[in-house]
Design a protein around this ligand. Structure first.
Ligand code: HXC
Length: 258
């Protein structure tokens, strides 16, 4: 499929999407968001793909929503197109795990897009921020909510009110990213992690992801209840039988995604 704003490739069982508007530091324009949605639809429908990696360039994962495209919108434009529901949240609807590999700037909508992924691996060059306040607006793609849940109220409030950026070390300390890797190794390391996930049983991966995500949407009691039911339903899979038999027989499991 020809794309203008992203590069879409596969690496074994991993779907790789690279944001590719180098002249605009991967600013997330409407066309890019549309293409991203199409690429995610394709990978979700492809039985060979078990995990997806979303990345940008060395300099920027994405420096935000496209300010030049947004600048002249009226309230009625924003309201009628339901800016930004339209397309932006596609990544949160994926059943396959989506890993953000972030180097350089992840600002505004770029930070929000990374936070919509299931987890973030950061290069030591990564910088996260919600600088919307410096251009007279506020985060609009979940930043005030997901950043607060990830790093707590104090740090999120300071970042959203001042536009201050966090470097990779601070982001790791605060729990925004799962870990930091040297910039030169970021993509290889992220693909390795994605390949490991893709090698697990597909239905069990879906269950695990659904259960962890429930922690953000439910009470503790509801989340634990869902986890228990999903855990129990894992016993209905062939892959649970295979995984536990393989352990006893001291061999690697051969999952069938059943
Ligand atoms: C459009 C952008 C852009 C953006 C950078 N560019 N960010 N274009 N939208 N978000 C463009 C610049 O205009 C410039 O193009 C080129 O990319 C290189 O950027 P420079 O500013 O020259 O680079 P540098 O000096 O290295 O500074 C990097 C930077 C700065 C610190 C990241 O670009 C910056 O502050 N960008 C804006 C960050 C921001 O405010 N993001 C939040 C956006 S609001 P030209 O053609 O001029 O050379 C948002 C709301 C989300 O995301 C809500 C949900 C939709």
């Amino acid at each position: 499929m020809p794309f203008e704003n992203i590069i879409v490739e596969t690496r074994g069982q991993v779907g790789l999407i690279t944001l590719n508007r180098p002249k605009a530091l991967n600013a997330l324009c409407a066309a890019l968001i549309r293409e991203l949605g199409q690429a995610l639809d394709t990978f979700e429908a492809d039985a060979e793909i078990g995990a997806i990696v979303l990345t940008g360039s060395e300099k920027a994962f994405a420096a935000g929503a496209d300010i030049k495209e947004m600048a002249s919108k009226s309230y009625m434009d924003a309201y009628l197109e339901d800016f930004i529901t339209n397309g932006w949240e596609r990544v949160t609807k994926c059943r396959k795990p989506v890993i953000a590999a972030v180097a350089g700037y992840a600002l505004g909508g770029g930070c929000e897009m990374a936070m919509m992924c299931d987890f973030i691996l950061a290069a030591d060059t990564a910088k996260f921020g919600q600088p919307e306040i410096t251009i007279g607006t506020i985060p609009g793609a979940g930043g005030t909510q997901r950043l607060t849940r990830a790093v707590g109220k104090s740090k999120a409030m300071e970042m959203v009110l001042t536009g201050r950026m966090m470097d990779a070390a601070e982001a790791e300390r605060a729990g925004l990213v799962s870990r930091i890797v040297p910039a030169a190794d970021l993509l290889d390391e992220t693909i390795k992690v994605a390949e490991r996930i893709a090698s697990m049983s597909r239905p069990i991966v879906y269950m695990a992801k659904e259960a962890v995500n429930a922690a953000f949407e439910t009470t503790l009691a509801q989340g634990v209840h869902l986890e228990r039911r999903l855990f129990q339903s894992a016993f209905a899979t062939e892959d649970q039988k295979e995984g536990m038999a393989a352990f006893s027989e001291k061999r690697s499991p051969a999952f069938k995604n059943r």
